[in-house]
Ligand binder design. Structure first.
Ligand SMILES: [Zn+2]
Length: 281
């Protein structure tokens, strides 16, 4: 999978076959997950919504208009209150391309970097997403819609007798699909784990619900990756020799592991750790 617009591999999930279901975690607080979330380890985006006395806040808008409509339909099954706020946790298309389906009166909330990216790079991103997810999956019809409000740190929104805090903990991404910032991701994941009470339910961007303690697993992977790539660099290994030395096959049960680890994470960590200030002298 590359950024050059060529489709090389099967998509991680088929956008035309996603069936979203909602699950009430607490009164008026819903997780929205694909119905195969407990069967597979690479599934469509998760979302959620919170209902207050006056209005509704939705988290994520999904990859395309069809999935955004499914999500809005799930909200409408339980309330007719207006969707006043929509939060995108990422600039990735599968989290934010459905924004255009929400009413004009909905206030879109993003991190400033997400807004900037959507405004500056949307067409490049759309080409990349079509190459990743396939043609004819509704991505061609998406209209870019960036934030009305940006949140560098934290904002509280009042839905009527219910306050929702939208917090930015730092840069992070599901560790299997790094963008080459593994050290920042480690810091952010640890911050999230330490911030939440032990019995909190985490709905990740993809996959089944977690507890804060479950964050230890991706953190351990990232720590091992960091230390193994550092060692390889210190031993003067080339990128090819580093890939061989840092196989970390004990994580290999995840079906996209080979690709994520060897094509993305090791090369990205190798480059990053050799940059000035990257950690290896
Ligand atoms: Zn995603």
């Amino acid at each position: 999978m590359t950024q050059d617009g060529e489709q090389e591999a099967a998509p991680p999930w088929d956008a035309a076959r996603v069936n979203l279901t909602s699950n009430e975690l607490a009164p008026g607080v819903f997780a929205v997950m694909p119905d195969d979330v407990f069967e597979k380890d690479h599934v469509a985006t998760t979302a959620g919504f919170v209902i207050g006395e006056r209005s509704v806040l939705v988290v994520e808008s999904m990859l395309n208009g069809d999935l955004a409509s499914q999500l809005i339909g799930l909200v409408r099954q339980v309330t007719s209150k207006p969707i006043r706020f929509l939060v995108n946790t990422s600039y990735h298309g599968d989290h934010a391309y459905g924004n255009y389906l929400f009413p004009d009166s909905t206030v879109v909330i993003q991190h400033p970097a997400t807004k900037r990216y959507m405004e500056e790079s949307f067409e490049d991103d759309r080409r990349f997403m079509i190459s990743l997810m396939g043609k004819g999956k509704g991505i061609e019809r998406v209209q870019a819609r960036a934030a009305d409000i940006t949140v560098p740190d934290m904002i509280s929104v009042d839905l009527g007798s219910r306050i929702v805090e939208v917090r930015h903990f730092g840069f992070a991404q599901t560790p299997w699909l790094l963008e080459g910032r593994h050290k920042e991701t480690m810091t952010t994941l640890a911050r999230v784990r330490d911030f939440l009470p032990e019995d909190a339910t985490i709905i990740p961007g993809h996959g089944r619900p977690m507890r804060p303690a479950d964050i230890e697993f991706p953190l351990r992977y990232l720590r091992e990756l960091d230390s193994a790539v550092r060692t390889a660099i210190a031993e003067g290994r080339s990128i090819e020799a580093t890939l061989e030395a840092v196989a970390m096959a004990h994580y290999g049960e995840y079906s996209l592991f080979d690709w994520a680890h060897n094509s993305v994470n090791v090369p990205a960590a190798f480059r990053h750790l050799q940059e000035p200030g990257g950690g290896v002298a």
